[in-house]
Design a protein around this ligand. Structure first.
Ligand code: GLP
Length: 242
């Protein structure tokens, strides 16, 4: 696994946006898996600026988000649909027909997971999966203990994750306890992975993922087995590395 330590969050966002933009420059019809959360916000801001200045064309790109809350509709401000529309999609030229997120209101979430997997396969697989990491080492919403062979499916969120998400939620209401997430096997099949981590609260998870044993207790540790995975972290998130 490749490790890049950025001196600060701003540099991290710049490097992340460059990485994504280069992937698209090399392959204009690239298939991207995209994360939510606070970490990617700066990178999305920079991608928007690149697009505005004519340095990035997303018109042929296909996107699959990593996850979505179960029981939450597209227009609910809590939804990752709403997050992506606000922070990226409404401000760049991604073709709406090529944007994919799991449907949080699908009557059968298991079937929705299978449908999502089939869409990814139909698109030719993921060229670049951009990931965040939970303080407990989760990727997407694959919580500790989730099997490495998992596929897109509904999962129960850990108490720790719910508390972390609640702190960032755009509204007061209680968050769902279930989400649909890309599976770990699905993420591992991406041709390239870029994991972003910033801040001291991610330092332990980053150290365990990069330097600890590959173990389902730290889902991100599986990336040690990926042939083209890069961890792009700021200095604070790198502070527990040996
Ligand atoms: C959620 C998302 C993850 C994300 C994580 C970290 O759990 N489902 O995909 O990586 O939050 O979020 P943040 O970047 O806000 O710390």
């Amino acid at each position: 696994m490749k490790l890049v330590v950025a001196p600060d969050y701003e540099t991290l966002t710049e490097l992340a946006a460059d990485f994504i933009a280069e992937t698209v420059a090399d392959k204009p019809d690239a298939v991207l898996a995209l994360p939510t959360g606070s970490t990617p916000l700066g990178a999305y801001r920079r991608l928007i600026l690149k697009a505005r200045h004519g340095h990035l064309d997303l018109s042929r790109v296909t996107t699959f988000n990593l996850d979505e809350y179960v029981g939450v509709g597209l227009r609910d401000p809590l939804s990752y649909h709403a997050y992506m529309t606000e922070h990226l999609f409404s401000q760049v030229n991604v073709d709406p027909a090529r944007i994919h997120l799991p449907d949080g209101l699908a009557p059968d979430p298991e079937a929705e997971g299978r449908r999502y997997e089939a869409e990814i396969t139909r698109a030719g697989g993921i060229d670049l999966a951009v990931l965040g990491i939970g303080a407990n080492g989760h990727i997407g919403f694959n919580e500790p203990g989730g099997p490495f062979e998992s596929r897109t499916r509904p999962v129960r969120l850990s108490a720790e994750t719910i508390v972390a998400m609640q702190a960032e939620a755009p509204s007061e209401g209680r968050l769902p306890v279930t989400a649909l997430t890309l599976g770990i096997a699905t993420i591992m099949e991406a041709r390239q992975v870029l994991l972003l981590a910033a801040g001291p609260e991610k330092a332990e998870a980053v150290a365990r993922a990069l330097q600890g044993p590959v173990d389902v207790a730290v889902p991100a540790s599986v990336l040690q087995r990926h042939p083209r995975a890069t961890f792009l972290v700021d200095r604070e998130a790198a502070s527990r590395l040996k």
